[in-house]
Write a protein of this length. Structure first.
Length: 435
């Protein structure tokens, strides 16, 4: 991923030096296990660890690979240069390249998951703070982009909190599903390596042995992992889109923090644009780009082909690096989001009580008017608000068919905003698990 959308902790996971360090650990731990089983001499296994403090020369490995056309062989050749060819003759005993590549890839995805989970914790903490802060800040709810009925800004944040909580739970499960390793040799039969070697290596790396592999770890695991990241990205975009809507000049119920010295446009000095939210929308698309290729990677020929390999070399780092950056940007955006309660109230009252139409409709039906007639009575008065800018309550009080069923006091009561917020505490208890 380009540096603009990268954070160092995540990019370090995908650095070639990190990859080769994991390759070394897999080979060294495998030799330890084989020595314990009496398959190779103990002194040869111990000699491997002489390279534990070595910084593997990426350029040198690339140089060797240019000749061998095989990355794992290039690494093993470079390792032998450090520990000696005689000591290295038992390295990779009974193993195949995918044992190293697949196990390493899963280690990297597990480490990336831990960073992403921490990122999501920051987003969730920010959403909870803003939800509690604006629990009773009334704003108009919209359906199809049109005024519907009153809600609160706190409920908006709580809704996003619940959605991101589900995303976090999915990521926890995806992390567990991806945390497997395979040291099972050619076509996965353990013909030339003891299954206990796999158990030892996986234990050392914090993985679970893959119950059954071919020559590769099954790619349905990876498909679920990247699909989970795609869903999280969509939830992120859901939040960003709401903020973009709220910042529209005609709405302006909230806006991104505009820092001193910030410029909104090269041409128009007055501009304050929702650039972070728009950026998050774009980054979400990049994350979701990985989902379809990951699903297509599930299907491989027989016990192994490498059609998945080029895909994963790209989507592994690009997707996790992008989502890591985006989640941190989202958290900062929420933490600093500027809220305008007065504008929310003004927007809700723009159509002069129109948003209370359902309460009047229900009151008429409860007073004995048929639902069809009740709808007609309410709608004909509501249309005067739309078309002539009339006051909804005033029109209802002047309609003899309405006042024949409802007293002025009953009509007045239907315009109490508190009616729409009376269950906010109940919803918050459901979402946050506390009073």
């Amino acid at each position: 991923m380009i540096p603009r959308y990268s954070r160092p902790e995540m990019t370090a996971i995908w650095d070639p030096a990190t990859k080769y360090r994991i390759w070394f650990e897999i080979e060294a731990h495998a030799c330890d296990a084989m020595a314990d089983l009496g398959v190779i001499p103990r002194e040869n296994a111990a000699a491997i660890w002489k390279a534990k403090d070595v910084t593997f020369d990426v350029a040198r490995i690339d140089e060797i690979e240019a000749v061998t056309k095989h990355d794992v062989i290039a690494f093993l050749t470079h390792l032998a240069e450090h520990i000696g060819s005689d000591q290295a003759r038992f390295v990779h005993q009974g193993m195949t390249s995918s044992d190293v590549l697949d196990t390493t890839f899963n280690v990297q995805l597990v480490r990336a998951s831990d960073i992403l989970l921490a990122d999501m914790d920051r987003v969730l903490a920010a959403l909870k703070v803003r939800a509690l802060e604006h629990k009773d800040t009334v704003r108009i709810g919209r359906s199809h982009g049109i005024h519907a009925e009153p809600t609160t800004m706190g409920l908006t944040f709580a809704r996003f909190y619940a959605e991101m909580s589900r995303g976090r739970a999915r990521l926890v499960n995806a992390r567990a599903e991806i945390a497997t390793g395979a040291i099972s040799g050619a076509v996965g039969t353990f013909a030339n390596i003891d299954p206990r070697v796999e158990e030892h290596v996986c234990a050392q790396l914090g993985l679970t042995p893959e119950p059954i592999s071919t020559q590769v770890i099954p790619r349905d695991r990876h498909a679920m992992f990247f699909a989970t990241l795609g869903v999280i990205a969509s939830s992120m975009e859901n939040i960003a889109t709401e903020i973009r809507h709220m910042q529209r000049t005609e709405v302006l119920e909230a806006e991104e923090f505009f820092s001193p010295g910030q410029k909104g446009s090269s041409a128009m000095p007055h501009k304050r644009n929702p650039v972070l939210s728009e950026n998050l929308t774009g980054l979400a698309r990049l994350v979701r780009m990985a989902v379809t290729p990951a699903l297509e990677n599930v299907t491989l020929w027989h016990e192994r082909d490498i059609s998945h390999s080029s895909v994963e070399r790209a989507i592994g780092p690009d997707t996790t690096i992008t989502l890591d950056f985006a989640l941190n940007r989202l958290a900062g955006l929420i933490e600093k989001l500027v809220i305008y309660p007065e504008t929310m109230l003004a927007n809700m009252n723009k159509f002069r009580g129109l948003v209370m139409s359902q309460r009047v409709l229900l009151a008429l039906t409860q007073a004995g008017v048929s639902r069809e007639d009740s709808y007609k009575l309410v709608q004909r008065n509501a249309m005067k608000v739309w078309e002539k800018g009339a006051d909804f309550k005033t029109e209802l009080l002047a309609d003899p068919e309405v006042t024949a069923a409802l007293t002025p006091a009953q009509i007045e009561e239907k315009f109490d905003i508190g009616h729409h917020t009376k269950h906010v505490d109940t919803i918050f208890a459901r979402v946050f698990g506390e009073k």
